[in-house]
Every structure is written in structure tokens, then in C-alpha cells.
Design a protein around this ligand. Sequence first.
Ligand SMILES: [Zn+2]
Length: 173
Amino acid sequence: MEWRLDLDRVDEQFLLELLNSTPVVDGVALDEFADPDTGCAWLEARGWDATPEEWRAVRDARDDLQAVIRGTAEPATLTRWLAQLSWKPTLDTSGVHWECSEPPGRTAAAAAVLAWSALLASSPGRLRPCGNPECRLFLIDHSKPNSARWCSMAVCGNRMKARRHYDRVRQSR
Ligand SMILES: [Zn+2]
């Protein structure tokens, strides 16, 4: 059995939500995929197959993607998540269309890697870790100057600004 991967669902929103499933809340590192129940609920809420195989694969693919985006792993480490994809051409009057299929069990994982790749092509350099070293979230910068540094100005932006101010005040004493 093959699972048709709907490429319209391979989007940056899904990718960002997946990357940001390991937040730090009140100083504690959380993982929304820590156990199969919460992991499967996450998948189900987004319309993916909520099976233990999918949960395990998407969690591991997320860990790989986070490492690649943080620069601690090579992009080639993601190859395994696409190794079983197959592409079939269909033709109509508007030309060639590609249908993507994946054996069940790794569809969300494959979609996450495809979404990362699509984002690299469409918006190079726009996906990055938050500039707050204590934050584990990622951001996709859509601003014109591409100068956003924080996952959220309200949270990390203000916190880092306050810290820099505190450091300046302390140094000037
Ligand atoms: Zn942040």
C-alpha cells in the first residue's frame, strides 16, 4: 500500500509547528512528541496518519531537521527520510505533474523534509533558530530586510533587549 503525499500540505506552517514542538516553558524543555499519545494526537490534529510508526519517524525527522538548521548536522543526514519516496509523472494539457507516494509510516516525516527543501528554494536563509540562546524555537523571517532574530518579539525580543540593557547598566557602574 502506498500513501499519496498531497504536496499542497507540504507547507512551511506544518514545518514550523513541527520544528517548534520542543519549546522551553518556564525553564523546562518540553517535547510534544515525547510519548506516542501526545505525538499521535499532534499528527491526528493535522490530518496525518496517527500511527506509532508515523510518530516515531516524524519525531526523529524533526530532530534531524533541527540539527541541520542549527548547523550541527549535514543536510545529507536527511536522505533517509526521502529514500522510499516515488515520483510518478502524469500529463495533461497543462504539462507534466508529479505525484509523490510514500509507503505508510513515514509520510509526515517525508513531508517535513520536502517542506524544508521547498523553503530553502523559495526563501533561502529565512529559516533560523531564535537568537535567544535559552530558546529552542525557530522562525521563518518574512520581513523585507531579513533581520528578524527572535521567534517572537513579545517574548524573546523583549527579554534579550532587557538583558542587554541590564548588562550595559551594570558595565557602566
Ligand atoms: Zn525565542
